[in-house]
Design a binder for this molecule. Structure first.
Ligand SMILES: [Zn+2]
Length: 374
């Protein structure tokens, strides 16, 4: 996600930009310093991606795996190696195999990858990179706690733990939160990709925390759990008008539509954390920063949410369950479990689901929980 601050230099000089205010902001350079190094590549499928160093970037902030890039090139879809599962029946949760009934849920859900057992997480394993300051770590912690409070997502802090399974020798999938300094873009992969996957946070990602706003960090985390940009919905032209004349090549590449490998229901969500603001201060995206990138159909502006919207929550809650970290294979649910309409399950419903997950046993053995401090 791009910085939307009017002037990073002005803002940086006004505030001490950290969560606990103990550390001053590090150096802030011109926000477009990296843009000259970027090049645009149009794939065989017609989709334009940005090449930034060794990485290929879709829609401004989504890093592509080699498999996703190949698949995007050949088919226009980022399905990658999960395409065999794309037609699976979504009345069964792809991770838990418990029944879900989409017809029971009338609410809109926002856009994300087509969910499979490959690209979703059970618990989201993460580590803090050593290059983060303590205040940056604290900002990430606040973002994780906010997401845990509002959704069924659960995170497991594996900082300092092995990255490879000692018995079977496979690499654990995990997110590495890393600081990338004074850039104007933060990056994430979309969905679980296997092994280590960075969430690269630029300095601006931490600035909103001065106001208790962790939106940029949460946006990148939501990519990693499978969400895509709301403005790339295949039906978006019914809801928004894109100001193509004001977009640069970089800007145009941020408004690609998803043509396959997506999962959404209902109408466009103008409050989504995953939809961009109408305006950006980034001159690598727009020719004239006083004019919008896009607007609602009636010409009014769109404002990106500062945390997950009700519809964002529905997308997540429909697919995820709030597991408690344990050392055994028992699947214990946290105290609050949401259904796909963001309604809390009753205690009876929660225990019923816990029993279904554990071959009929609703009571987790004592002592199986493991410490999971952020
Ligand atoms: Zn994004």
């Amino acid at each position: 996600m791009k910085s939307t601050f009017i002037s990073s230099l002005v803002i940086a000089s006004l505030f001490v930009l950290s969560c606990n205010k103990e550390e001053a902001a590090s150096t802030v350079l011109d926000t477009n310093e990296n843009s000259a190094l970027d090049e645009y590549v149009t794939l065989k499928s017609g989709i334009t991606v940005m090449k930034h160093g060794g990485d290929y970037i879709l829609e401004g902030d989504i890093i592509l795996t080699p498999e996703q890039l190949k698949s995007l090139d050949e088919t226009g879809s980022i399905a990658g190696n999960v395409s065999v599962e794309l037609n699976r029946d979504l009345t069964l949760n792809p991770v838990t195999n418990l029944p879900m009934n989409p017809e029971d849920m009338i609410g809109t859900k926002n856009l994300g990858v087509y969910p499979t057992s490959y690209n979703l997480w059970a618990m989201v394993r993460f580590v803090y990179d050593r290059n983060l300051t303590s205040s940056q770590r604290n900002c990430i912690k606040q973002a994780l706690l906010e997401l845990q409070g509002k959704t069924n997502l659960r995170f497991y802090n594996a900082t300092g733990e092995p990255t490879r399974d000692p018995v079977y020798g496979f690499d654990y999938p995990y997110i590495n939160f890393v600081s990338v300094g004074p850039r104007d873009v933060s990056y994430s992969y979309v969905g679980r990709i296997g092994g280590k996957q960075d969430i690269a946070l630029a300095d601006f990602a931490f600035w909103g925390s001065y106001y208790g706003d962790y939106g940029v960090i949460e946006h990148e985390i939501c990519h990693a759990v499978g969400m895509l940009h709301e403005q790339s919905r295949p039906d978006r032209d019914n809801y928004v008008t894109i100001n193509w004349n004001n977009l640069t090549n970089d800007g145009r590449a941020q408004f690609e539509k998803q043509s396959s490998n997506y999962f959404y229901r209902g109408s466009y969500d103008f409050n989504s954390l995953m939809g961009y603001d109408s305006y950006t201060s980034s001159t690598s995206v727009v020719r004239d920063t006083s004019k919008p990138m896009y607007t609602k159909k009636d010409g009014s502006n769109i404002y990106q949410g500062s945390t997950v919207s009700e519809q964002d929550r529905k997308w997540i809650n429909y697919l995820y369950l709030p597991y408690v970290a344990r050392s055994d294979s028992y699947r214990e649910l946290d105290a609050v479990v949401y259904d796909g309409d963001n309604k809390k399950l009753t205690e009876r419903e929660r225990l019923q689901m816990q029993a279904q997950l554990n071959n009929g046993n609703p009571n987790p053995p004592a002592g199986g929980r493991i410490s999971n401090e952020f």
